[in-house]
Design a binder for this molecule. Structure first.
Ligand SMILES: Cc1cc2nc3c(=O)[nH]c(=O)nc-3n(C[C@H](O)[C@H](O)[C@H](O)COP(=O)(O)OP(=O)(O)OC[C@H]3O[C@@H](n4cnc5c(N)ncnc54)[C@H](O)[C@@H]3O)c2cc1C
Length: 365
């Protein structure tokens, strides 16, 4: 399909990504980092497209195309981006040189470690302590729901350096094998690699600070601003896959001596889904283009894109299951898989309610 609002280069990127997604290595072990998949994402040029010149539009185009065909590849791709962007954005040259080539080559897996047991939506309430010690810092505390933990090779970790709310947070690049850093897996409804991280006086040199001391909040927010429209694109790709499946199934399956598509109660539901997915696509691409243009204050556009797309995609999957009937709920069915995958994006990188807060704040500025 041609999306007239996309440049020919982005249409080509979408088509290339779709082709790549179809030929990627087999699924890995659920809940574990799939390293052959990371390597393949690099070999096909997708990680190279992310770094060093990250573009929100590229991210959205790639994430939608991967999600439509292969959610595991999408997740692996997105996590490399989210975890590494703080290093790329704010790391000292020695840290960038140490990690970015390996991350881009798919040889090092990376995690973005912000959330804590007592600090989720209110991330600025985080308490993991970074205390000065000689030429560096000692990190002590806990992170939870960290994607790629506990097996990532490096984490962008956000820690408290002073008692000053969002202005007392510092970002660090912390190697996964740093003495004192341990982790445990968490099992979610989807087969996502995710876990807890326990920091027991983990030493990091001052050179591993990403950006300014006490300036980590800005690093976290700039990263999330870049990635937020593309979370919508991930959901959109899954919603589109669900719609594709629903169109195919209702064209074939007969009930009461005619194909399901000939019942208007069925086809009009799919028409509504197609319309909301296209609206989501336009919101996503508009937010991404605004971000890439360097325009000031695009956060509300990203919030609208993520909010609308994740909710529309959830509805798309639900409708697709309804028109498939029982078979969609059988273990191993694409829609059973999408049903488990589609839920989390409405919670992470800002729950839907937080997106509404961002949009409302802009309204009343
Ligand atoms: C699959 C998955 C992957 C994740 N990956 C990462 C990762 O890589 N790195 C990382 O740091 N974190 C990650 N997270 C954690 C995620 O960012 C948090 O779950 C999210 O920020 C919400 O925090 P919480 O779960 O503690 O919910 P809480 O903050 O406890 O909020 C619970 C609910 O309360 C409501 N709520 C909260 N605040 C408000 C408000 N101001 N107004 C109205 N309603 C509100 C919302 O409905 C919200 O969903 C991941 C989570 C999941 C599910």
């Amino acid at each position: 399909m041609t999306y007239t609002h996309l440049s020919p280069a982005h249409q080509e990127l979408r088509d290339h990504t779709s082709k790549v997604a179809a030929g990627l290595p087999a699924a890995g072990e659920p809940g574990r980092i799939n390293r052959p998949l990371l390597k393949a994402l690099s070999e096909h040029g997708l990680l190279g497209r992310l770094f060093p010149r990250t573009s929100a539009m590229d991210l959205c185009v790639i994430r939608e195309a991967l999600a439509r065909h292969n959610t595991e590849a999408e997740t692996a791709f997105a996590l490399q981006g989210l975890g590494a962007y703080p290093i790329l954005l704010a790391g000292e040259k020695s840290v960038v040189d140490a990690w970015m080539p390996r991350i881009t080559a798919g040889e090092a897996a990376v995690g973005f470690a912000l959330t804590e047991p007592g600090a989720g939506s209110d991330a600025a309430a985080l308490t993991l302590a970074a205390t000065p010690d000689g030429d560096g810092y000692r990190l002590a505390g806990e992170k939870v729901f960290i994607s790629n933990a506990p097996d990532a090779d490096v984490y962008s970790v956000f820690a408290r350096t002073s008692d000053n709310g969002a202005r007392g947070i510092t970002a660090f690049a912390v190697p996964g094998d740093a003495p004192g850093l341990t982790g445990t897996r968490q099992r979610l409804v989807s087969p996502h690699p995710i876990g807890r991280l326990h920091f027991k006086d983990v030493y990091v040199p001052a050179t591993s600070v990403l950006g300014e001391v006490d300036g980590g909040w800005r690093v976290a927010m700039r990263t999330l601003d870049m990635f937020r429209p593309s979370v919508g694109a991930f959901a959109l790709g899954m919603g589109q896959a669900a719609l594709d499946a629903a169109v195919a199934h209702t064209s074939e399956r007969e009930a009461f001596r005619k194909p399901l598509k000939d019942f208007q109660a069925v086809s009009h539901q799919l028409a509504d889904v197609a319309t909301s997915l296209q609206a989501a696509r336009l919101l996503i691409h508009d937010a991404a283009a605004a971000y890439d243009s360097g325009a000031e204050r695009t956060g509300h556009l990203s919030a609208m894109a993520k909010l609308f797309a994740t909710e529309a995609a959830q509805r798309a999957v639900d409708v697709a299951i309804q028109v498939h009937g029982a078979r969609a709920l059988e273990e191993g069915h694409l829609l059973e898989h999408l049903y488990r995958e589609i839920r989390a994006p409405r919670i992470y990188e800002g729950a839907s309610e937080i997106q509404r807060e961002i949009i409302a704040r802009q309204l009343y500025r």
